[in-house]
Design a protein around this ligand. Structure first.
Ligand code: ADP
Length: 143
C-alpha cells in the first residue's frame, strides 16, 4: 500500500448533470481525502498538454470542444493506492462497456459519445499524477 495523491477532473457532462456531489461522495466514502479543489476553464494550451497522448487522434478536436463546454472541477485526492483504486471506481473509458456500480457505468453517456462523455478524468500513474497536479494547481492550493 502506498499513500498517493491523484488528479481528478469532473468533466463538463458531470458538471452539467449536477453529478459532482454524488461522485464526490463515492470518493469520500472510500476514505479518500480532498487536498485541493477548484473550478477552472481548460484553455486550448492546457488541453494540448493534458491530452498530448491523444493529440494526433481524429477524435481530439471533439474531445477539446467537449472539455470546453463548461468549466471543469479539479480535485487533488489523497489516499492509500488512490490512483489505481479511483481508476477501478471509474471503470473503462467507454461508458457503454463500464459495469453497473462503476461511476462511468452508472453516470456516463450511453446513447451518444460513450467513449468521450465519461464523467471524470483520473491520473493513470504516479508520474502522470505528479505532472497533472502541477498542471492544474498552483503552489499553496494543495494542502
Ligand atoms: P481515460 O480518460 O480513460 O484514461 P484516454 O486517456 O485514452 O482515456 O483518453 C482521454 C479521453 O479522451 C477519454 O477520457 C475520453 O473522454 C476521450 N476519448 C478516448 N477515446 C475516445 C474515442 N475513441 N472517441 C472519443 N473520445 C475518446
Amino acid at each position: 500500500m502506498a499513500l498517493e495523491t491523484t488528479l481528478i477532473l469532473f468533466k463538463p457532462d458531470a458538471v452539467a448533470k449536477r453529478l459532482v456531489g454524488t461522485v464526490l461522495s463515492r470518493f469520500e466514502n472510500e476514505g479518500f481525502k480532498i487536498n485541493g479543489i477548484k473550478k477552472l476553464f481548460l484553455t486550448d494550451e492546457l488541453l494540448a498538454d493534458h491530452y498530448s497522448h491523444i493529440a494526433d487522434k481524429p477524435f481530439f478536436p471533439s474531445v477539446r470542444d467537449f472539455m470546453q463546454e463548461t468549466p471543469v472541477i479539479a480535485l487533488a485526492l489523497e489516499g492509500e493506492d488512490v490512483i489505481s483504486r479511483v481508476r477501478d471506481l471509474l471503470g473503462p473509458t467507454d461508458s457503454k462497456a463500464a459495469a453497473p456500480g462503476t461511476i462511468r457505468g452508472d453516470f456516463g453517456d450511453k446513447e451518444g459519445d460513450a467513449k468521450m462523455r465519461n464523467v471524470c478524468h483520473a491520473s493513470d500513474s504516479t508520474e502522470a499524477a505528479a505532472a497533472e497536479i502541477k498542471r492544474f494547481f498552483k503552489d499553496g492550493e494543495v494542502f
